[in-house]
Write a protein that binds this ligand. Structure first.
Ligand SMILES: Nc1ncnc2c1ncn2[C@@H]1O[C@H](COP(=O)(O)OP(=O)(O)OP(=O)(O)O)[C@@H](O)[C@H]1O
Length: 267
């Protein structure tokens, strides 16, 4: 059994600490919508950290802030012991839909992000070969996205995110539009990648079984933009999706979630 431990003293050097993070959007009618309200998040170096919560609670907003694509209103982010602007965090982003350019080959899609870096053609070439190998698509380099299955397209999305060798992978419901069999295969491949690359993964999902199967810790956001629960998922690895012990953990988390939602709805 592989029992990977995280965030212990020695390997916590590259951890991410987010404190007092807040974000409010002004909607079209001028109403203010508090999406993240003073949240604190700590993600250990190499941790598989999952954020869950109901639709619209701010999960994607949190990832987008960490990716530097939308600004936070208030808050501090520390990485590797020093304050950092989110635009400088070393992240790769995997979207729910892979957002590939259909008129470019798989290799060219990966190359697009590499071209933004100061890399020679041979360095880019080496990186493309490496990441396509990592996601099992070395034979599809010259294929166009529309010729690929949904699972393969999402693999290209993962390869593109890995291309710049980020320390942190942000993943926003990456498997939610795939059939369950394909999603299971991709989850296992993602776990293999996580183990071999030792990247930190911040993963968003609606799916509690997926969260328990993959993660080392799960954090719940509620519709008020607050964190209301955090759990360490301590099952040994490799895990089996239908293991009764995992199902018990899922049921307990589900109960915590519904109890909390009932409490805030009754206030
Ligand atoms: N640019 C924006 N301007 C105004 N409101 C926004 C903007 N972006 C997001 N929102 C709103 O903020 C709230 C949180 O959105 P977000 O996408 O972060 O939620 P989510 O938890 O990821 O939802 P889902 O699970 O459905 O993807 C939603 O009500 C959304 O409509």
């Amino acid at each position: 059994m592989v029992n990977r431990t995280i965030a212990s003293e020695g390997d916590d050097l590259m951890s991410i600490h987010v404190t007092n993070l807040s974000k409010t959007f002004t909607e079209d009618e001028g109403e203010e919508l508090v999406v993240l309200d003073d949240i604190d998040v700590t993600v250990g170096d190499g941790e598989f950290y999952t954020v869950m919560g109901p639709s619209g609670c701010g999960k994607s907003t949190l990832l987008n802030i960490l990716a530097g694509t939308i600004p936070m209103d208030r808050g501090e982010i520390e990485y590797a012991g020093s304050p950092i602007s989110p635009t400088d965090l070393p992240v790769g982003y995997v979207f729910q839909e892979p957002r590939l350019l259909n008129w470019r080959t798989v290799g060219e899609n990966v190359d697009l992000v590499l071209r933004e870096r100061d890399l020679s053609k041979s360095q880019r070439e080496e990186r493309i070969v490496d990441v396509l190998e990592m996601v099992g698509l070395h034979d599809e380099r010259e294929s166009y996205p529309l010729r690929l299955s949904g699972g393969m397209r999402q693999r290209v999305g993962i390869a593109r995110a890995l291309a710049v060798d980020p320390s942190i992978l942000l993943m926003d419901e990456p498997f939610s539009s795939l059939d369950e069999l394909t999603a299971r295969n991709l989850r296992d491949d993602l776990l293999d990648l996580w183990k071999s690359t030792e990247k930190t993964i911040i993963f968003v999902t609606h799916d509690i079984s997926e969260a328990v199967y993959l993660s080392e810790s799960v954090t719940f956001l509620d519709t008020r933009g607050r964190i209301f629960h955090q759990s360490e998922i301590e099952h040994d690895r490799p895990r089996e999706p239908d293991d009764p012990a995992l199902l018990e953990t899922e049921a307990a988390l589900m109960k915590t979630f519904f109890d909390h939602m009932a409490t805030i709805q009754s206030v």
